[in-house]
Design a protein around this ligand. Structure first.
Ligand code: C5P
Length: 219
């Protein structure tokens, strides 16, 4: 079974997807982490985020692996755990440039489909329901207002010891949404058969039970 969860930045996709996967004993795949890891690769080797051939060469030379662990997905770049590093502000604010590269998407989409072939899966991202798994039995499109998403990101940052002004987070989230939904290849879009869930006024538990309800209806 395939469950696709898409939506804009910080809508709670990975929190929800992780909990759903745990509950259903499915594997979980955070595709955003893949685009973030390629962005980190470019940063580490000082390749410009717009240098397509440079980035593709790096992708051929290096290995990116994903492990499902009890606390979610672990990302390994050449066997180094980079799960934290890919969440830095620098990576967050530049990932949309790298994810707009057609060839980068082709390589990562192939990996994503392979993972889905091997097991029951909950996959989250921007183009899962539209492009990666168009036949997924369940497609969810999670949304929330920019203000709410920025506040959630703000609170999450505080727990990690980072204090970024709320207004800055709002601007960054809005800019990333704009770039992700206006790129040429697989832009962020709700699939025509996806169920939209507005999480603005919902708790995590409420969203999880709503999604599980939708899953049960589509089994
Ligand atoms: O989900 P997350 O916010 O970690 O994703 C980081 C970025 O990766 C997004 O802003 C987007 O540019 C890119 N992405 C994508 N397609 C996906 C998942 C993420 O383009 N399926």
């Amino acid at each position: 079974m395939e469950i696709a969860i898409d939506g804009p930045a910080s809508a709670g996709k990975s929190t929800i997807a992780k909990l759903i996967a745990k509950q259903l004993k499915f594997i979980y795949c955070d595709t955003g982490a893949m685009y973030r890891t390629v962005t980190l690769l470019a940063k580490k080797y000082q390749i410009d985020y717009g240098n397509v051939s440079g980035i593709l060469k790096l992708m051929d030379k290096h290995t990116i692996k994903f492990n499902n662990t009890d606390h979610g997905q672990e990302v390994l770049l050449d066997d180094e755990n980079v799960s934290e590093e890919i969440r830095s502000e620098e990576i967050t604010n530049n990932v949309s440039q790298v994810s707009a590269i057609k060839e980068v998407r082709e390589k990562l989409v192939e990996m994503q489909r392979q993972l889905a072939n091997d097991s029951n899966i909950v996959m989250d991202g921007r183009d899962i329901g539209t492009t990666v798994l168009p036949d997924a039995q369940v497609k969810i499109f999670l949304i929330a207002s920019v203000a709410i998403r920025a506040k959630r990101r703000y609170d999450e940052n505080i727990t990690r010891g980072i204090k970024t002004p709320l207004k800055k987070l709002e601007d960054e989230i809005a800019a990333r949404d704009y770039k992700d939904s206006h790129r040429k290849v697989s832009p962020l879009r709700k699939a025509s058969d996806a169920v939209e869930v507005d999480t603005s006024d919902m708790t995590i538990e409420q969203v999880v039970s709503k999604v599980l309800e939708i899953v049960a209806e589509n089994k």
